[in-house]
Design a protein. Structure first.
Length: 259
């Protein structure tokens, strides 16, 4: 097990990134997309990026520790490494890679959402990255659980719909699919990209928009992330939502997409 130094900037400042990769079908799903997104994040955080083979070896070692189950979540942490006290990074950062894996069962049925008071900071570059500082998401999820929901719906500082605490969000209106623009402070999700591509392949109109909660009220909704793929939302703020055959069609198209 890799030990984290007490002066590691990921530990003291949240300076670093992570990726959560699904292990299924005897492979790391959408591997190249995860590696590329981590590299993009490193450019923003001014960190050297790990090479893909180093990441793959770490992921496989972590999977071996849980006997390579049929379905697992592999978390790769890329921390900025040790640094002097204060905010300024060292001239030559020496990032530290850690990897863990855990069995990931596929949830059954739809998901319930509750709108959180915690806002997504759409003006922060961190909103578009999977950084090691995820406290807003943690607090939003806790708030949703206290409200009796499984997941949080987060708005941004302008009151626009942004995302779930650990997923991107989509909704359907009149056979058209919508999702918040990345400019709303949304993570550029791996499955978000897959769904957008699937909609284009199916000939479904899709718009990336800026909108408030009242304008999507009552619409069929679904969330996406690398572990659940596409999952319908059955309740929002205690109210049942209708289903849509388009959600099942999109989920099917995504599951058949090349990996």
């Amino acid at each position: 097990m890799t030990e984290i130094a007490l002066d590691d900037r990921g530990f003291t400042l949240g300076h670093g990134l992570f990726e959560t990769v699904l292990w299924a079908n005897d492979r790391l799903e959408h591997w190249d997309d995860h590696v590329e997104r981590l590299a993009r994040g490193c450019r923003t955080l001014r960190l050297p990026a790990p090479d893909a083979e180093t990441l793959r070896r770490a992921a496989l070692v972590a999977l071996d520790a849980v006997a390579s189950p049929p379905r697992a979540a592999v978390r790769l942490n890329w921390s900025a490494g040790s640094g002097a006290r204060g905010l300024d990074p060292p001239d030559t950062p020496q990032p530290v890679l850690t990897a863990t894996a855990a069995i990931a069962t596929l949830p059954k049925g739809g998901v319930s959402l509750a709108t959180a008071r915690v806002r997504r900071n759409d003006r922060s570059p961190a909103a578009r990255l999977k950084t090691l500082s995820y406290i807003d998401n943690v607090l939003a999820r806790a708030e949703a659980r206290e409200a009796g929901a499984e997941e949080a719906l987060m708005l941004n500082t302008a009151g626009e719909v942004a995302c779930a605490a650990a997923a991107n969000i989509f909704w359907v209106r009149h056979d058209e699919v919508f999702t918040p623009s990345l400019e709303c402070g949304v993570l550029d999700g791996i499955m978000r990209r897959q769904v957008i591509a699937a909609c284009h392949a199916l000939g479904l109109p899709l718009q990336e928009v800026f909108t408030n909660l009242s304008r999507i009220a009552g619409a069929p909704m679904f969330i996406t992330n690398s572990l659940v793929g596409v999952r319908a939302v059955d309740r929002l703020d205690g109210r049942d939502l209708p289903g849509s055959p388009l959600v099942a069609a999109i989920a099917k198209a995504v599951s058949r997409a090349p990996k």
